[in-house]
Design a protein around this ligand. Structure first.
Ligand SMILES: Nc1ncnc2c1ncn2[C@@H]1O[C@H](COP(=O)(O)OP(=O)(O)OP(=O)(O)O)[C@@H](O)[C@H]1O
Ligand SMILES: [Mg+2]
Length: 579
Protein backbone atom coordinates (compact mmCIF):
# COMPACT_ATOMS: atom_id res chain seq x y z
CA UNK A 1 0.00 0.00 0.00
CA UNK A 2 2.64 2.45 -1.10
CA UNK A 3 0.10 5.18 -1.63
CA UNK A 4 -0.42 5.49 2.12
CA UNK A 5 3.10 6.33 3.06
CA UNK A 6 3.94 9.96 3.73
CA UNK A 7 6.93 10.66 1.52
CA UNK A 8 10.00 12.22 3.16
CA UNK A 9 9.29 15.93 3.29
CA UNK A 10 10.68 18.08 0.50
CA UNK A 11 13.99 19.85 1.13
CA UNK A 12 13.57 23.07 -0.82
CA UNK A 13 16.52 24.99 -2.10
CA UNK A 14 16.92 28.68 -2.90
CA UNK A 15 16.55 27.71 -6.54
CA UNK A 16 13.01 26.49 -5.79
CA UNK A 17 12.18 29.89 -4.32
CA UNK A 18 13.66 31.61 -7.37
CA UNK A 19 11.55 29.41 -9.65
CA UNK A 20 8.43 30.68 -7.88
CA UNK A 21 9.18 34.16 -9.24
CA UNK A 22 9.18 32.92 -12.84
CA UNK A 23 6.06 34.89 -13.83
CA UNK A 24 7.23 37.99 -12.01
CA UNK A 25 10.68 38.41 -13.52
CA UNK A 26 9.77 41.58 -15.49
CA UNK A 27 8.44 43.18 -12.31
CA UNK A 28 11.51 42.04 -10.40
CA UNK A 29 13.66 43.69 -13.08
CA UNK A 30 11.65 46.92 -12.75
CA UNK A 31 12.01 46.83 -8.95
CA UNK A 32 15.72 46.21 -9.33
CA UNK A 33 16.00 49.10 -11.82
CA UNK A 34 14.11 51.40 -9.47
CA UNK A 35 16.28 50.35 -6.55
CA UNK A 36 19.44 51.07 -8.60
CA UNK A 37 18.06 54.44 -9.79
CA UNK A 38 17.09 55.35 -6.22
CA UNK A 39 20.64 54.55 -5.10
CA UNK A 40 22.11 56.62 -7.94
CA UNK A 41 19.87 59.59 -7.12
CA UNK A 42 20.79 59.28 -3.44
CA UNK A 43 24.48 59.27 -4.35
CA UNK A 44 24.07 62.51 -6.35
CA UNK A 45 22.69 64.39 -3.38
CA UNK A 46 25.97 64.65 -1.40
CA UNK A 47 27.70 65.91 -4.55
CA UNK A 48 25.18 68.75 -4.93
CA UNK A 49 25.29 69.51 -1.19
CA UNK A 50 29.07 69.59 -1.45
CA UNK A 51 28.84 72.14 -4.32
CA UNK A 52 26.40 74.35 -2.40
CA UNK A 53 28.54 74.32 0.75
CA UNK A 54 31.70 75.02 -1.25
CA UNK A 55 29.99 78.01 -2.90
CA UNK A 56 28.83 79.31 0.49
CA UNK A 57 32.28 78.79 1.95
CA UNK A 58 33.82 80.78 -0.91
CA UNK A 59 31.35 83.60 -0.18
CA UNK A 60 29.89 83.20 -3.63
CA UNK A 61 26.15 83.23 -4.21
CA UNK A 62 24.51 79.83 -4.63
CA UNK A 63 23.02 79.30 -8.08
CA UNK A 64 19.22 78.78 -7.64
CA UNK A 65 19.52 75.93 -10.14
CA UNK A 66 21.64 73.98 -7.65
CA UNK A 67 19.04 74.36 -4.90
CA UNK A 68 16.26 73.29 -7.26
CA UNK A 69 18.43 70.39 -8.38
CA UNK A 70 18.83 69.31 -4.75
CA UNK A 71 15.07 69.59 -4.12
CA UNK A 72 14.43 67.73 -7.40
CA UNK A 73 16.84 64.97 -6.41
CA UNK A 74 15.18 64.54 -3.03
CA UNK A 75 11.66 64.46 -4.50
CA UNK A 76 12.73 62.14 -7.31
CA UNK A 77 14.57 59.89 -4.87
CA UNK A 78 11.49 59.65 -2.64
CA UNK A 79 9.22 58.99 -5.64
CA UNK A 80 11.52 56.28 -6.97
CA UNK A 81 11.81 54.63 -3.54
CA UNK A 82 8.03 54.79 -3.05
CA UNK A 83 7.37 53.33 -6.50
CA UNK A 84 9.96 50.61 -5.94
CA UNK A 85 8.40 49.70 -2.59
CA UNK A 86 4.97 49.57 -4.20
CA UNK A 87 6.19 47.36 -7.07
CA UNK A 88 7.79 45.03 -4.51
CA UNK A 89 4.67 44.91 -2.36
CA UNK A 90 2.47 44.10 -5.37
CA UNK A 91 5.03 41.53 -6.46
CA UNK A 92 4.92 39.89 -3.03
CA UNK A 93 1.12 39.75 -3.12
CA UNK A 94 1.07 38.36 -6.66
CA UNK A 95 3.62 35.72 -5.69
CA UNK A 96 1.57 34.83 -2.61
CA UNK A 97 -1.62 34.63 -4.71
CA UNK A 98 0.07 32.29 -7.16
CA UNK A 99 1.39 30.03 -4.40
CA UNK A 100 -2.04 30.06 -2.71
CA UNK A 101 -3.78 29.13 -5.98
CA UNK A 102 -1.40 26.23 -6.52
CA UNK A 103 -1.92 25.21 -2.91
CA UNK A 104 -5.68 25.43 -3.20
CA UNK A 105 -5.67 23.37 -6.40
CA UNK A 106 -3.71 20.67 -4.59
CA UNK A 107 -5.25 20.71 -1.14
CA UNK A 108 -8.70 19.94 -2.56
CA UNK A 109 -7.38 17.08 -4.70
CA UNK A 110 -5.34 15.07 -2.22
CA UNK A 111 -5.92 11.36 -1.82
CA UNK A 112 -8.55 10.79 0.88
CA UNK A 113 -6.09 9.11 3.27
CA UNK A 114 -4.13 12.38 3.37
CA UNK A 115 -7.01 14.20 5.03
CA UNK A 116 -7.23 11.59 7.76
CA UNK A 117 -3.53 12.07 8.53
CA UNK A 118 -3.28 15.88 8.51
CA UNK A 119 -5.59 17.98 10.64
CA UNK A 120 -7.66 20.55 8.77
CA UNK A 121 -6.35 23.41 10.95
CA UNK A 122 -2.79 22.63 9.88
CA UNK A 123 -3.77 22.57 6.21
CA UNK A 124 -5.37 26.00 6.73
CA UNK A 125 -2.28 27.38 8.49
CA UNK A 126 -0.09 26.40 5.56
CA UNK A 127 -2.08 28.61 3.21
CA UNK A 128 -1.94 31.48 5.73
CA UNK A 129 1.14 32.03 7.84
CA UNK A 130 3.46 29.90 5.70
CA UNK A 131 2.61 31.78 2.53
CA UNK A 132 3.01 35.06 4.41
CA UNK A 133 6.54 34.01 5.34
CA UNK A 134 7.22 33.31 1.68
CA UNK A 135 6.22 36.81 0.60
CA UNK A 136 9.51 38.47 1.54
CA UNK A 137 11.51 35.88 -0.36
CA UNK A 138 9.33 36.24 -3.46
CA UNK A 139 9.95 39.99 -3.65
CA UNK A 140 12.44 42.00 -1.58
CA UNK A 141 14.61 38.99 -0.76
CA UNK A 142 15.89 38.52 -4.28
CA UNK A 143 16.00 42.25 -5.05
CA UNK A 144 18.07 42.81 -1.89
CA UNK A 145 20.47 40.05 -2.84
CA UNK A 146 20.75 40.93 -6.52
CA UNK A 147 20.91 44.73 -6.14
CA UNK A 148 23.24 44.74 -3.17
CA UNK A 149 25.25 41.83 -4.51
CA UNK A 150 26.18 43.99 -7.52
CA UNK A 151 27.21 46.83 -5.20
CA UNK A 152 29.29 44.45 -3.07
CA UNK A 153 31.10 43.09 -6.13
CA UNK A 154 31.68 46.59 -7.61
CA UNK A 155 32.92 48.04 -4.33
CA UNK A 156 35.19 45.02 -3.78
CA UNK A 157 36.83 45.48 -7.19
CA UNK A 158 37.39 49.19 -6.48
CA UNK A 159 38.87 48.35 -3.07
CA UNK A 160 41.22 45.75 -4.53
CA UNK A 161 42.45 48.31 -7.06
CA UNK A 162 42.97 50.93 -4.34
CA UNK A 163 44.69 48.71 -1.76
CA UNK A 164 44.84 44.91 -1.97
CA UNK A 165 46.23 44.51 1.57
CA UNK A 166 43.48 46.50 3.27
CA UNK A 167 40.92 44.80 1.07
CA UNK A 168 42.25 41.40 2.15
CA UNK A 169 41.72 42.30 5.81
CA UNK A 170 38.18 43.57 5.19
CA UNK A 171 37.26 40.56 3.04
CA UNK A 172 38.56 38.19 5.73
CA UNK A 173 36.01 39.75 8.09
CA UNK A 174 33.24 39.46 5.50
CA UNK A 175 34.10 35.80 4.80
CA UNK A 176 34.15 35.04 8.54
CA UNK A 177 30.68 36.54 8.93
CA UNK A 178 29.46 34.62 5.88
CA UNK A 179 30.72 31.43 7.54
CA UNK A 180 28.72 32.24 10.69
CA UNK A 181 25.62 32.79 8.55
CA UNK A 182 26.24 29.53 6.66
CA UNK A 183 26.50 27.55 9.91
CA UNK A 184 23.45 29.20 11.48
CA UNK A 185 21.21 29.12 8.39
CA UNK A 186 20.09 25.46 8.49
CA UNK A 187 19.39 25.77 12.23
CA UNK A 188 17.33 28.90 11.71
CA UNK A 189 15.45 27.16 8.93
CA UNK A 190 14.77 24.14 11.15
CA UNK A 191 13.57 26.33 14.01
CA UNK A 192 11.30 28.33 11.70
CA UNK A 193 9.92 25.09 10.31
CA UNK A 194 9.20 23.84 13.82
CA UNK A 195 7.57 27.15 14.74
CA UNK A 196 5.34 26.92 11.66
CA UNK A 197 4.49 23.31 12.48
CA UNK A 198 3.52 24.55 15.94
CA UNK A 199 1.27 27.21 14.39
CA UNK A 200 -0.28 24.44 12.27
CA UNK A 201 -0.90 22.31 15.36
CA UNK A 202 -2.43 25.31 17.10
CA UNK A 203 -4.78 25.88 14.15
CA UNK A 204 -5.68 22.20 14.21
CA UNK A 205 -6.36 22.21 17.95
CA UNK A 206 -8.63 25.27 17.68
CA UNK A 207 -10.46 23.91 14.66
CA UNK A 208 -11.03 20.52 16.27
CA UNK A 209 -12.23 22.00 19.54
CA UNK A 210 -14.57 24.50 17.89
CA UNK A 211 -16.04 21.77 15.69
CA UNK A 212 -16.59 19.60 18.77
CA UNK A 213 -17.98 22.54 20.83
CA UNK A 214 -21.53 21.14 21.07
CA UNK A 215 -20.12 18.25 23.12
CA UNK A 216 -17.07 19.99 24.60
CA UNK A 217 -19.16 22.59 26.45
CA UNK A 218 -21.81 20.41 28.13
CA UNK A 219 -19.07 18.14 29.47
CA UNK A 220 -17.01 21.05 30.77
CA UNK A 221 -14.23 20.20 28.35
CA UNK A 222 -13.30 23.81 27.57
CA UNK A 223 -10.26 23.85 29.87
CA UNK A 224 -9.05 20.56 28.39
CA UNK A 225 -9.47 21.93 24.86
CA UNK A 226 -7.72 25.12 25.88
CA UNK A 227 -4.80 23.19 27.38
CA UNK A 228 -4.42 21.22 24.16
CA UNK A 229 -4.33 24.39 22.05
CA UNK A 230 -2.05 26.11 24.57
CA UNK A 231 0.39 23.21 24.31
CA UNK A 232 0.60 23.75 20.55
CA UNK A 233 0.98 27.52 21.09
CA UNK A 234 3.81 26.89 23.56
CA UNK A 235 5.52 24.61 21.03
CA UNK A 236 5.34 27.38 18.41
CA UNK A 237 6.62 29.87 20.99
CA UNK A 238 9.63 27.71 21.94
CA UNK A 239 10.63 27.13 18.33
CA UNK A 240 10.08 30.85 17.59
CA UNK A 241 12.36 31.79 20.49
CA UNK A 242 15.01 29.35 19.24
CA UNK A 243 14.86 30.94 15.79
CA UNK A 244 14.98 34.45 17.30
CA UNK A 245 18.03 33.53 19.45
CA UNK A 246 19.82 32.14 16.45
CA UNK A 247 19.06 35.29 14.49
CA UNK A 248 20.14 37.41 17.44
CA UNK A 249 23.52 35.68 17.31
CA UNK A 250 23.86 36.11 13.56
CA UNK A 251 22.56 39.67 13.18
CA UNK A 252 25.31 41.34 15.29
CA UNK A 253 27.88 39.59 13.12
CA UNK A 254 27.16 42.13 10.40
CA UNK A 255 27.62 44.95 12.92
CA UNK A 256 30.97 43.44 13.93
CA UNK A 257 31.94 43.30 10.26
CA UNK A 258 31.03 46.98 9.83
CA UNK A 259 32.85 48.13 12.94
CA UNK A 260 35.77 45.75 12.47
CA UNK A 261 36.41 46.89 8.93
CA UNK A 262 36.36 50.56 10.01
CA UNK A 263 38.76 49.84 12.87
CA UNK A 264 41.00 47.87 10.51
CA UNK A 265 40.80 50.64 7.96
CA UNK A 266 41.90 53.35 10.37
CA UNK A 267 44.55 51.29 12.17
CA UNK A 268 46.16 49.69 9.14
CA UNK A 269 45.32 52.52 6.73
CA UNK A 270 46.54 55.23 9.16
CA UNK A 271 49.74 53.30 9.77
CA UNK A 272 50.32 52.93 6.02
CA UNK A 273 49.60 56.62 5.40
CA UNK A 274 52.12 57.49 8.15
CA UNK A 275 54.73 55.29 6.42
CA UNK A 276 53.95 56.98 3.10
CA UNK A 277 52.67 53.77 1.52
CA UNK A 278 49.20 55.17 1.03
CA UNK A 279 48.03 58.69 0.24
CA UNK A 280 45.42 60.36 2.41
CA UNK A 281 43.19 60.78 -0.65
CA UNK A 282 43.35 57.03 -1.33
CA UNK A 283 42.55 56.29 2.32
CA UNK A 284 39.47 58.51 2.13
CA UNK A 285 38.38 56.96 -1.19
CA UNK A 286 38.89 53.55 0.38
CA UNK A 287 36.71 54.56 3.34
CA UNK A 288 34.00 55.76 0.93
CA UNK A 289 34.02 52.51 -1.07
CA UNK A 290 34.16 50.50 2.13
CA UNK A 291 30.92 52.09 3.30
CA UNK A 292 29.45 51.13 -0.09
CA UNK A 293 30.51 47.53 0.61
CA UNK A 294 29.53 47.13 4.24
CA UNK A 295 25.92 48.33 4.16
CA UNK A 296 24.94 46.24 1.11
CA UNK A 297 26.81 43.24 2.56
CA UNK A 298 24.73 43.59 5.75
CA UNK A 299 21.56 43.72 3.66
CA UNK A 300 22.62 40.60 1.74
CA UNK A 301 23.22 38.76 5.03
CA UNK A 302 19.74 39.80 6.24
CA UNK A 303 18.22 38.67 2.93
CA UNK A 304 19.94 35.28 3.13
CA UNK A 305 18.48 34.80 6.61
CA UNK A 306 15.06 35.83 5.27
CA UNK A 307 15.34 33.24 2.51
CA UNK A 308 16.19 30.57 5.10
CA UNK A 309 12.94 31.35 6.90
CA UNK A 310 11.06 31.19 3.62
CA UNK A 311 12.59 27.80 2.79
CA UNK A 312 11.12 26.32 5.99
CA UNK A 313 7.69 27.52 4.95
CA UNK A 314 8.15 26.48 1.32
CA UNK A 315 8.82 22.92 2.53
CA UNK A 316 5.47 22.93 4.34
CA UNK A 317 3.62 24.27 1.31
CA UNK A 318 5.31 21.79 -1.02
CA UNK A 319 4.40 18.91 1.27
CA UNK A 320 0.88 19.48 -0.05
CA UNK A 321 1.51 20.85 -3.54
CA UNK A 322 3.91 18.04 -4.49
CA UNK A 323 1.49 15.24 -3.57
CA UNK A 324 0.26 13.61 -6.79
CA UNK A 325 -3.40 14.49 -7.24
CA UNK A 326 -5.86 11.77 -6.44
CA UNK A 327 -7.25 10.03 -9.52
CA UNK A 328 -10.52 11.40 -10.83
CA UNK A 329 -10.28 14.79 -9.11
CA UNK A 330 -9.53 16.82 -12.21
CA UNK A 331 -12.56 15.95 -14.27
CA UNK A 332 -15.39 16.04 -11.77
CA UNK A 333 -17.48 18.45 -13.77
CA UNK A 334 -16.88 16.72 -17.07
CA UNK A 335 -17.80 13.37 -15.59
CA UNK A 336 -20.62 11.57 -17.37
CA UNK A 337 -23.64 12.01 -15.16
CA UNK A 338 -25.59 9.09 -16.39
CA UNK A 339 -23.73 6.40 -18.26
CA UNK A 340 -26.46 3.79 -18.31
CA UNK A 341 -27.10 0.95 -15.93
CA UNK A 342 -24.01 -0.93 -14.77
CA UNK A 343 -23.22 -4.14 -12.94
CA UNK A 344 -20.80 -3.88 -10.03
CA UNK A 345 -18.25 -6.67 -9.87
CA UNK A 346 -15.94 -7.11 -6.87
CA UNK A 347 -13.30 -9.80 -6.97
CA UNK A 348 -11.45 -10.80 -3.79
CA UNK A 349 -11.36 -7.21 -2.52
CA UNK A 350 -9.37 -6.42 0.61
CA UNK A 351 -8.39 -3.26 2.43
CA UNK A 352 -6.35 -2.27 5.47
CA UNK A 353 -6.30 1.31 6.79
CA UNK A 354 -2.88 2.93 7.07
CA UNK A 355 -1.22 1.98 10.35
CA UNK A 356 -4.14 -0.36 11.24
CA UNK A 357 -3.23 -3.72 12.73
CA UNK A 358 -6.02 -5.67 11.05
CA UNK A 359 -7.75 -5.61 7.72
CA UNK A 360 -11.05 -3.72 7.52
CA UNK A 361 -12.18 -5.84 4.54
CA UNK A 362 -10.95 -9.18 3.30
CA UNK A 363 -11.76 -11.48 0.37
CA UNK A 364 -14.99 -9.75 -0.66
CA UNK A 365 -16.22 -11.25 -3.91
CA UNK A 366 -19.65 -10.40 -5.26
CA UNK A 367 -21.53 -9.16 -8.27
CA UNK A 368 -24.42 -6.71 -8.09
CA UNK A 369 -26.55 -6.64 -11.25
CA UNK A 370 -27.81 -3.29 -12.53
CA UNK A 371 -31.03 -2.15 -10.92
CA UNK A 372 -30.67 -4.24 -7.75
CA UNK A 373 -31.90 -3.03 -4.36
CA UNK A 374 -29.19 -4.22 -1.98
CA UNK A 375 -29.07 -3.89 1.80
CA UNK A 376 -25.68 -4.10 3.53
CA UNK A 377 -25.94 -5.31 7.09
CA UNK A 378 -23.40 -5.82 9.83
CA UNK A 379 -22.42 -4.83 13.33
CA UNK A 380 -20.62 -1.57 14.00
CA UNK A 381 -17.07 -1.81 12.64
CA UNK A 382 -17.95 -4.70 10.30
CA UNK A 383 -16.63 -2.80 7.26
CA UNK A 384 -19.80 -1.39 5.65
CA UNK A 385 -18.54 2.18 5.24
CA UNK A 386 -15.15 0.87 4.16
CA UNK A 387 -16.84 -1.09 1.37
CA UNK A 388 -18.49 2.16 0.23
CA UNK A 389 -15.20 4.06 0.44
CA UNK A 390 -13.70 1.54 -1.99
CA UNK A 391 -16.68 1.71 -4.35
CA UNK A 392 -16.36 5.52 -4.33
CA UNK A 393 -12.64 5.40 -5.08
CA UNK A 394 -11.86 7.17 -1.79
CA UNK A 395 -9.49 4.35 -1.03
CA UNK A 396 -7.71 1.91 -3.31
CA UNK A 397 -8.13 -1.79 -2.46
CA UNK A 398 -4.88 -3.36 -1.35
CA UNK A 399 -5.88 -6.48 -3.27
CA UNK A 400 -8.55 -7.61 -5.69
CA UNK A 401 -10.49 -5.43 -8.13
CA UNK A 402 -13.70 -3.43 -8.37
CA UNK A 403 -15.27 -2.83 -11.76
CA UNK A 404 -18.39 -1.28 -13.27
CA UNK A 405 -19.47 -3.29 -16.34
CA UNK A 406 -22.27 -2.83 -18.81
CA UNK A 407 -24.78 -5.65 -18.24
CA UNK A 408 -23.59 -8.84 -19.94
CA UNK A 409 -20.08 -7.52 -20.65
CA UNK A 410 -16.84 -8.75 -19.14
CA UNK A 411 -14.70 -5.62 -19.34
CA UNK A 412 -14.79 -2.45 -17.23
CA UNK A 413 -17.14 0.14 -18.67
CA UNK A 414 -16.26 3.41 -16.96
CA UNK A 415 -14.64 4.77 -13.87
CA UNK A 416 -17.03 3.83 -11.10
CA UNK A 417 -16.46 7.15 -9.34
CA UNK A 418 -18.42 9.01 -11.99
CA UNK A 419 -21.38 6.70 -11.78
CA UNK A 420 -22.05 6.82 -8.07
CA UNK A 421 -24.40 9.03 -6.07
CA UNK A 422 -23.61 8.88 -2.38
CA UNK A 423 -25.03 9.71 1.02
CA UNK A 424 -22.33 9.69 3.68
CA UNK A 425 -22.87 8.36 7.18
CA UNK A 426 -21.88 11.59 8.91
CA UNK A 427 -21.01 14.35 6.42
CA UNK A 428 -24.19 15.54 4.76
CA UNK A 429 -23.71 19.08 3.50
CA UNK A 430 -20.97 20.97 1.73
CA UNK A 431 -20.23 24.69 2.07
CA UNK A 432 -22.64 26.86 0.09
CA UNK A 433 -26.32 27.35 -0.58
CA UNK A 434 -29.15 24.83 -0.62
CA UNK A 435 -29.08 24.95 -4.43
CA UNK A 436 -25.33 24.32 -4.57
CA UNK A 437 -25.79 21.44 -2.16
CA UNK A 438 -28.39 19.74 -4.30
CA UNK A 439 -26.83 20.45 -7.72
CA UNK A 440 -23.25 19.66 -6.53
CA UNK A 441 -20.88 19.82 -9.49
CA UNK A 442 -23.69 20.48 -12.03
CA UNK A 443 -24.37 24.22 -11.64
CA UNK A 444 -26.62 24.31 -14.71
CA UNK A 445 -29.25 22.01 -13.14
CA UNK A 446 -32.67 23.70 -13.55
CA UNK A 447 -34.34 24.92 -10.36
CA UNK A 448 -37.30 22.70 -11.19
CA UNK A 449 -35.11 19.60 -10.75
CA UNK A 450 -33.80 20.96 -7.44
CA UNK A 451 -37.31 21.67 -6.10
CA UNK A 452 -38.48 18.26 -7.28
CA UNK A 453 -35.65 16.51 -5.41
CA UNK A 454 -36.38 18.58 -2.28
CA UNK A 455 -40.07 17.73 -2.61
CA UNK A 456 -39.33 14.02 -2.78
CA UNK A 457 -37.47 14.12 0.56
CA UNK A 458 -40.08 16.39 2.19
CA UNK A 459 -37.91 19.50 2.33
CA UNK A 460 -39.82 21.83 0.00
CA UNK A 461 -41.71 23.60 2.79
CA UNK A 462 -38.62 23.98 4.94
CA UNK A 463 -36.58 25.50 2.10
CA UNK A 464 -39.44 27.80 1.06
CA UNK A 465 -39.37 29.28 4.55
CA UNK A 466 -35.59 29.93 4.51
CA UNK A 467 -34.46 33.48 3.74
CA UNK A 468 -33.31 33.34 0.13
CA UNK A 469 -34.95 29.91 -0.35
CA UNK A 470 -32.65 27.94 -2.69
CA UNK A 471 -30.00 30.65 -2.19
CA UNK A 472 -29.97 30.24 1.59
CA UNK A 473 -26.57 29.30 2.98
CA UNK A 474 -26.61 26.01 4.89
CA UNK A 475 -24.00 27.31 7.34
CA UNK A 476 -20.82 25.77 8.69
CA UNK A 477 -21.37 22.00 8.56
CA UNK A 478 -25.06 22.67 7.86
CA UNK A 479 -25.49 24.59 11.14
CA UNK A 480 -28.58 26.41 9.79
CA UNK A 481 -30.42 23.11 9.33
CA UNK A 482 -31.51 20.37 11.71
CA UNK A 483 -29.69 17.03 11.69
CA UNK A 484 -32.51 15.28 9.83
CA UNK A 485 -32.80 18.17 7.33
CA UNK A 486 -29.10 17.90 6.55
CA UNK A 487 -29.51 14.19 5.95
CA UNK A 488 -32.44 14.84 3.63
CA UNK A 489 -30.43 17.47 1.70
CA UNK A 490 -27.84 14.73 1.14
CA UNK A 491 -30.52 12.35 -0.14
CA UNK A 492 -31.98 15.07 -2.39
CA UNK A 493 -28.51 15.54 -3.87
CA UNK A 494 -28.20 11.82 -4.54
CA UNK A 495 -31.64 11.72 -6.18
CA UNK A 496 -31.04 14.85 -8.31
CA UNK A 497 -27.66 13.54 -9.44
CA UNK A 498 -29.31 10.84 -11.58
CA UNK A 499 -26.39 8.48 -11.35
CA UNK A 500 -26.83 4.78 -12.10
CA UNK A 501 -25.58 3.65 -8.69
CA UNK A 502 -26.70 5.06 -5.33
CA UNK A 503 -24.72 4.24 -2.20
CA UNK A 504 -26.62 5.24 0.92
CA UNK A 505 -24.77 4.85 4.23
CA UNK A 506 -27.48 4.80 6.91
CA UNK A 507 -29.49 7.42 5.01
CA UNK A 508 -32.36 7.60 7.47
CA UNK A 509 -30.65 7.24 10.83
CA UNK A 510 -31.57 10.78 11.89
CA UNK A 511 -35.15 10.80 10.59
CA UNK A 512 -38.48 10.37 12.29
CA UNK A 513 -40.66 7.53 11.08
CA UNK A 514 -42.74 9.63 8.65
CA UNK A 515 -39.72 11.29 7.08
CA UNK A 516 -37.98 7.94 6.81
CA UNK A 517 -40.91 6.34 5.01
CA UNK A 518 -41.11 9.26 2.64
CA UNK A 519 -37.38 9.27 1.91
CA UNK A 520 -37.16 5.51 1.40
CA UNK A 521 -40.19 5.63 -0.91
CA UNK A 522 -38.47 8.43 -2.88
CA UNK A 523 -35.32 6.33 -3.17
CA UNK A 524 -37.41 3.34 -4.20
CA UNK A 525 -39.10 5.40 -6.90
CA UNK A 526 -35.89 6.37 -8.68
CA UNK A 527 -35.87 5.22 -12.25
CA UNK A 528 -35.46 1.58 -13.13
CA UNK A 529 -31.90 0.49 -13.80
CA UNK A 530 -30.55 2.46 -10.85
CA UNK A 531 -28.73 0.23 -8.40
CA UNK A 532 -29.35 1.20 -4.78
CA UNK A 533 -27.00 -0.14 -2.12
CA UNK A 534 -28.08 0.87 1.39
CA UNK A 535 -26.40 0.32 4.73
CA UNK A 536 -29.45 -0.65 6.70
CA UNK A 537 -30.18 -1.15 10.35
CA UNK A 538 -33.96 -1.57 10.21
CA UNK A 539 -35.73 -4.80 9.47
CA UNK A 540 -38.19 -3.02 7.20
CA UNK A 541 -35.38 -1.83 4.91
CA UNK A 542 -33.77 -5.24 4.92
CA UNK A 543 -37.03 -6.94 4.13
CA UNK A 544 -37.72 -4.70 1.13
CA UNK A 545 -34.29 -5.36 -0.43
CA UNK A 546 -33.84 -7.81 -3.33
CA UNK A 547 -30.61 -8.87 -1.79
CA UNK A 548 -28.84 -8.63 1.56
CA UNK A 549 -25.09 -8.66 2.11
CA UNK A 550 -24.03 -9.48 5.66
CA UNK A 551 -20.58 -8.35 6.73
CA UNK A 552 -18.82 -9.47 9.91
CA UNK A 553 -15.26 -8.58 10.85
CA UNK A 554 -14.55 -7.36 7.32
CA UNK A 555 -15.74 -10.57 5.62
CA UNK A 556 -18.84 -11.23 3.59
CA UNK A 557 -20.49 -13.93 5.66
CA UNK A 558 -23.84 -14.13 3.89
CA UNK A 559 -25.23 -12.99 0.54
CA UNK A 560 -28.80 -13.72 -0.56
CA UNK A 561 -32.44 -12.79 -0.30
CA UNK A 562 -33.69 -11.53 3.09
CA UNK A 563 -35.08 -14.98 3.84
CA UNK A 564 -31.85 -16.73 2.81
CA UNK A 565 -29.63 -14.61 5.06
CA UNK A 566 -31.98 -14.40 8.05
CA UNK A 567 -29.83 -16.88 9.99
CA UNK A 568 -26.71 -14.72 9.58
CA UNK A 569 -28.20 -11.40 10.73
CA UNK A 570 -26.85 -10.06 14.00
CA UNK A 571 -29.93 -10.86 16.05
CA UNK A 572 -29.26 -8.58 18.94
CA UNK A 573 -29.85 -5.68 16.59
CA UNK A 574 -32.28 -6.99 14.03
CA UNK A 575 -34.59 -8.96 16.29
CA UNK A 576 -35.97 -5.67 17.59
CA UNK A 577 -39.68 -5.09 17.05
CA UNK A 578 -40.22 -3.75 13.59
CA UNK A 579 -40.78 0.00 13.37
N1 LIG B 1 -9.61 5.96 8.99
C1 LIG B 1 -9.48 4.79 9.64
N2 LIG B 1 -8.29 4.40 10.09
C2 LIG B 1 -8.13 3.22 10.71
N3 LIG B 1 -9.12 2.33 10.92
C3 LIG B 1 -10.34 2.68 10.49
C4 LIG B 1 -10.59 3.91 9.83
N4 LIG B 1 -11.90 3.97 9.50
C5 LIG B 1 -12.43 2.81 9.95
N5 LIG B 1 -11.52 2.03 10.54
C6 LIG B 1 -11.70 0.69 11.11
O1 LIG B 1 -12.13 -0.18 10.06
C7 LIG B 1 -13.13 -1.07 10.52
C8 LIG B 1 -14.38 -0.95 9.63
O2 LIG B 1 -14.90 0.37 9.79
P1 LIG B 1 -16.21 0.85 9.02
O3 LIG B 1 -16.28 2.33 9.18
O4 LIG B 1 -16.19 0.31 7.65
O5 LIG B 1 -17.34 0.14 9.89
P2 LIG B 1 -18.91 0.18 9.68
O6 LIG B 1 -19.35 -1.21 9.37
O7 LIG B 1 -19.29 1.22 8.71
O8 LIG B 1 -19.38 0.55 11.15
P3 LIG B 1 -20.60 1.52 11.63
O9 LIG B 1 -21.87 0.73 11.54
O10 LIG B 1 -20.24 1.78 13.06
O11 LIG B 1 -20.59 2.73 10.78
C9 LIG B 1 -13.39 -0.71 11.97
O12 LIG B 1 -12.65 -1.61 12.76
C10 LIG B 1 -12.81 0.68 12.12
O13 LIG B 1 -12.31 0.89 13.42
MG1 LIG C 1 -20.19 3.06 8.87
Amino acid sequence: MRQHRDPAGPASRVRDLWLLTVDERPRLAVALGLSASGAAVALCQPVVVNRIISALADGASVAPGLVWLLVGLMVTGAAITGTGDCVLAVLAERGALRVRRDYLASVLRLPMWWYTRHPVGDLVARSGSDVDTLKYALSSGFVDILGNGVLVVGATIALVVLDPLLTGVVLALVVASAAVVAVASPRIRRAVREAQDGVGRLGAAIQQSVTAMPIVRPYGGTAQAEARAAQAATGAYRAGVRAARMQAVVAPVSAVVAQGSMVALFLIGGWRVARGELTLADLLSFALFLSMLVTPATTVIGAVLGLQQALGSLDRVREVVDVPRAAGTDDDVAAPVRAGAVDLVLDDVGYRYPAATRTALEGVTLSIPAGSRVAVVGASGAGKSTLFALLLGHAVPCCGSIEARLPGEQTPHADLRHLVGYVDQSVHVMPGTVRENVTAGRPDTPDQVVWDALDRVGLRDTVERLPGRLDAEVGEGGAHLSGGERQRVAIARALAGERPVLLLDEPSSGLDQDSECRVLAAVDAVARGVTVVTVAHRRSTIRSADRVLVLAGGRLVADGTPAEVAHALPHDRFALPEV
